[in-house]
Design a protein around this ligand. Sequence first.
Ligand code: AMP
Ligand code: GLY
Length: 422
Amino acid sequence: MNVMVIGGGGREHALAWKLKQSPRVERVYCVPGNAGMRKICEVVPVGMQDFKGLAAFAKAHEVGLTVVGPEEPLCGGIVNVFQNAGLRIFGPSSAGAQLEGSKVFAKRFMERYGIPTARFEVFEDVEKAVEYVRKQGAPLVVKADGLAGGKGVSVCESVGEAEEAVRAMLERQVFGAAGRRILIEEYLDGEEASVLALTDGKAIVALEPAQDHKRVYDNDQGPNTGGMGAYSPAPVVTPRVMRVIEEKVLQRFLLGIQREKIDYRGVIYAGLMIKGEEVRVLEFNVRFGDPEAQAILPRLRSDLSEVCMATVEGRLSGVKLVWDARPAVCVVMASGGYPGAYHKHLPITGLEEAERMADVVVFHAGTEEVKGALVTNGGRVLGVTALGRTMAEAVERAYEAVERIHFEHAHFRWDIGAKAVR
Ligand code: AMP
Ligand code: GLY
């Protein structure tokens, strides 16, 4: 079978890498991919937004399964277009993708099905929102309703900061249409973790939990990023906590999509805040996490192509996932300046030396090949993943690999996985 992966980041490289290992998979096509993916995939000469063009390509090249990485094509309805063309595609329909595309939709969905989450109010009017902020007092969290590339959330420690966030979104419209409607949420404390699960709409199967590191600097300082590293499993998700998540989040989510007749055959990602045994959902994403996928997929022993096919064909209830018990750590190497403006086209060296290490895999994100040389081409450049017998060993190996890789202005955190080791 031929498969196609939509997207070109570290998550998509991990998906393509894992799919390529399947004896059932012949060719892997990527749209648009990156330099690492292009070593194992063939590039599709069609844009990521041209869903009809991609479906035509999939038909012409006998693509038996398409796996979608990022949220934009899912929210844009790529799954609907492929399904209408009779093609197999892994991901939710546009109705299901609303769980990520609209935070208001997601919150109301959680409310309808009793999924625990922070208290919230929805606003479109600046003055009403400001009045509410003043009445509630800080800390508060202000969120743009729509997709804002991971930048639409402000955790505000003072009333002034929250007012400013409200005005930026509703008055100055810094997120455009995505911020025309906002949520103001109760601030939750605790420890964060990500639990991803596969669903075919009938069954739901959790993946091993993971934890992301969203801030750019060590000790969770500095602005939020797409994610500077991840590890799996996440010790904060104890077996008892996992049972709570299964019952109060995953099963209720499943009931919700069934009641609302949402066609959802893909992965649901619950971003969670955990305090003791209390679990609350911060957000839903309708796709694999990036970089969580780079820490989770190297631990998956099962054949990903079979798992995805079972999901798409509604046969998930019989599937039992097999995992490598060893923990994995992924350290993201970013280009200096990220998440702001960053350097580009800087030569990368030392990759082979890193990849030669046992149980190390380097996933490309923002890379490009120019005249046979590998150069940076994005904010997040590489995801360096290592497995270890213990979390401490995985951390040590990952950093040993990172230290073999060089590009000018490289930036990475030194404390990925440190919480799990403690
Ligand atoms: P989200 O995109 O909704 O996950 O928000 C991004 C980040 O903001 C999360 O990973 C949390 O660190 C933080 N965050 C979001 N909502 C809350 C909340 N209600 N309380 C505390 N922190 C939050
Ligand atoms: N790592 C967070 C995300 O993928 O949304």
